[in-house]
Design a protein. Structure first.
Lengths: 283, 179
């Protein structure tokens, strides 16, 4: 029987985050410029599996992605059962910087989606010197809440099913069935309250409109890409953010929703390859 | 490896079919209780009926012949109200199947939850590839073209099922080679 084994390697690192020991799962493939990828709220690093398997990218970039604590194969810290998970701007920023440092990444590119797209703006404003470039997918400094997040964590509604059903509308109708349902499966597998806890950062703790003037895209190039079907972080939200930052433009991805790398990897490739080439050439 | 279709346990036996025929259920449920193949006459209708209403009134066919969808809704039994502009419809769902679809305002008719949108919004929602802001009930709710109200617990507990039931007329656009 012929078996195809992917070039992705998965390992665990032990490091301290917020003064507590954590065991973090990460995957990587390729060599070259480090490209660290951050998944969306309530999901995990599987969202980047197509990028990690793309030779056009991995021959020039060392692509790395990790499961945030409480997500995927990274456990919550010890004692989690006694607490409510809430991601904050500070803890999220420190997590990304700590993971990059733990892996010894020299000025990596960071690409994040949704909450990962939001945190890119904080990294750009406060830690530009630590990154070669920043890519915000579905990136905006602020969004208008569109539902009550209490629905995401209740005993009378199945958490996995409701989380997936809620975000299903953020996937573009043109996205292939296989990758649409893979994206939904990631949400169906989230731990109780984890999606909601991530959205604490997104909804409550990260109105970043006030720091946009601190971003200097000449220090660290910032790129923004947003799917036209995303009604959570809308193209208008991204444009409003970009208008406040000198030298930054938003690329609106046609027939794409909130999860570009996961919901339609072939289409996303058309947008990300030229951008990565630009970063490689230092433009 | 043999993988049993998820709806297999729900498939009615001949005995079940005979029993269903004797039950006081709607014509739709009786006809569809054996999981018949969908055979929709796109030209059928009645005078005064808009094409949008005509498509919507095919909903029992579209849903009841979709076995995985009915399976996902098997825990839901409720009457819900769907409004297309000024026209109200009452959908009676029993264990994930539509047993009746009643058109027109009914005095003191109770419903568990309701979704209202204008004809233009539903028309866009039912295109094969709806435009942004019309491709999802929550997108329509966020942009103000749809209103979701009532007891939202059964709605949220069956959210993907409800979304898929109400998106089912898209199949008619696809059959017609529509947008």
């Amino acid at each position: 029987m012929k078996v195809h084994v992917e070039p992705i390697v998965g390992r665990y690192m032990h490091l301290e985050l917020q003064g507590r020991p954590h065991r973090i799962y990460f995957e990587e493939a390729g060599s070259g410029i480090p490209l660290l990828c951050g998944h969306t709220a309530g999901a995990d690093s599987r969202q980047f599996r197509h990028l990690l398997n793309d030779e056009e990218i991995t021959k020039r970039f060392r692509v790395i992605t990790f499961d945030m604590p409480w997500h995927g194969k990274s456990y919550p810290p010890q004692g989690w059962q006694e607490e409510e998970y809430q991601l904050t701007t500070d803890s999220y920023t420190a997590m990304i910087l700590s993971v990059a440092a733990a892996l010894g990444l020299e000025k990596p590119v960071f690409m994040g989606c949704s909450i990962g797209g939001r945190i890119v703006l904080n990294l750009a404003a406060k830690h530009a010197e630590s990154f070669r470039a920043l890519i915000g997918l579905q990136c905006a400094a602020h969004q208008t809440p569109w539902y009550d997040t209490d629905w995401l964590h209740r005993s009378d509604v199945h958490g996995g099913e409701v989380c997936a059903a809620l975000i299903s509308g953020l996937i573009a109708p043109q996205s292939p069935d296989e990758t649409r349902h893979e994206t939904l499966w990631q949400y169906m597998q989230g731990g109780p309250g984890v999606f909601k806890g991530d959205l604490y950062f997104y909804r409550v703790d990260s109105d970043l409109r006030g720091i946009l003037s601190q971003i200097d895209s000449r220090k660290c190039p910032l790129y923004m890409l947003t799917g036209e079907y995303d009604f959570s972080c809308t193209p208008e939200d991204s444009r409003n953010t970009a208008e406040q930052i000198d030298g930054v433009e938003v690329v609106i991805m046609e027939h794409m929703g909130h999860f570009p790398m996961s919901e339609n990897p072939a289409k996303f490739r058309q947008y990300i390859l030229p951008l990565l080439e630009k970063i490689q050439d230092g433009k | 490896m043999f993988v049993k279709p998820i709806w297999a346990s729900e498939r009615r036996s001949d005995e079940g079919l005979r029993r269903a025929k004797s039950e006081s259920v709607s014509e739709y449920n009786r006809i569809n209780s054996g999981w018949i193949t969908m055979n929709i006459d796109l030209t059928a209708g009645h005078p005064g009926q808009t094409s949008l209403e005509k498509n919507f009134e095919r909903l029992p066919d579209l849903v009841n012949t979709n076995r995985p969808l009915c399976f996902r809704g098997r825990r839901l039994t409720a009457t819900i109200r769907i409004s297309i502009g000024p026209t109200d419809y009452y959908l009676r769902l029993e264990k994930g199947r539509i047993v009746s679809l009643t058109k027109g305002a009914a005095l003191l008719k109770s419903w568990v939850f309701s979704i209202r949108a204008g004809a233009e919004a539903w028309e866009k929602h039912w295109q094969t590839y709806p435009p942004p802001w019309y491709h999802d009930l929550f997108a329509m709710s966020k942009n103000g073209t749809a209103v979701i109200e009532g007891n939202l617990t059964p709605f949220m507990a069956h959210l993907q099922y409800i979304k898929d039931v109400l998106a089912a007329p898209r199949k008619l656009s696809a059959l017609k080679g529509g947008e």
